[in-house]
Design a protein around this ligand. Structure first.
Ligand SMILES: [Zn+2]
Ligand SMILES: [Zn+2]
Length: 182
């Protein structure tokens, strides 16, 4: 079958003289653009397949790390929740953690509760067993006794599917970005 000699460029929609049925763009410029678009589509497709293969544990990790990064930025103008001190700015990986009042180990259902998580010096969070007593005092000062008691009494089970975790991750990434620009 002979190709229709006048065809529309798949990139810019301009009519051009077609030589074969495989000829779909009007110019080298549109050909390069078409290649770029194809590569982009392939990359997106690869990412989609990679995400589909991700185990739930990986989604959990990514969601938690996005949540924690958001908390550290949210509290950037606040001192450590438990000791009221500021960072000395000496440690290389940064001095701050997002410290959970009820830990993700013993209360995993509270892992994404924003009232339950505050910026905390690493030395307090990691080496002082979270300094639970001081944390509680600091927490009451920030959110009030009623909210602290609500956190302590909360045993509501929360189940997160991979899709939930992806949504949580993306939400906190977006909010982190918004915070950084604020
Ligand atoms: Zn064109
Ligand atoms: Zn502290």
């Amino acid at each position: 079958m002979k190709p229709d000699p006048i065809a529309e460029c798949s990139q810019c929609a301009r009519p051009f003289m077609r030589r074969t049925t495989l000829h779909r763009v009007c110019s080298p410029r549109c050909a390069a653009k078409s290649v770029r678009e194809q590569r982009k589509a392939e990359k997106a497709d690869f990412k989609r397949r990679q995400e589909a293969a991700k185990p739930r544990s990986q989604w959990l990790k990514e969601a938690q790390s996005a949540f924690n990064a958001f908390i550290r930025t949210r509290d950037q103008h606040q001192p450590c929740i438990c000791c009221g001190q500021w960072s000395s700015g000496e440690s290389r990986g940064g001095d701050w953690d997002a410290g959970h009042y009820r830990s993700t180990g013993s209360a995993p259902h509270m892992r994404f509760d924003e009232r339950n998580c505050h910026r905390q010096l690493k030395r307090c969070n990691r080496y002082g067993a979270g300094r639970a007593v001081d944390y509680r005092i600091g927490l009451i000062a920030r959110i009030g006794l009623a909210a602290v008691e609500a956190i302590e009494a909360d045993q509501t089970l929360r189940k997160y599917t991979s899709d939930d975790l992806r949504a949580i991750r993306d939400d906190y990434r977006a909010r982190l970005k918004a915070n950084k620009w604020a």
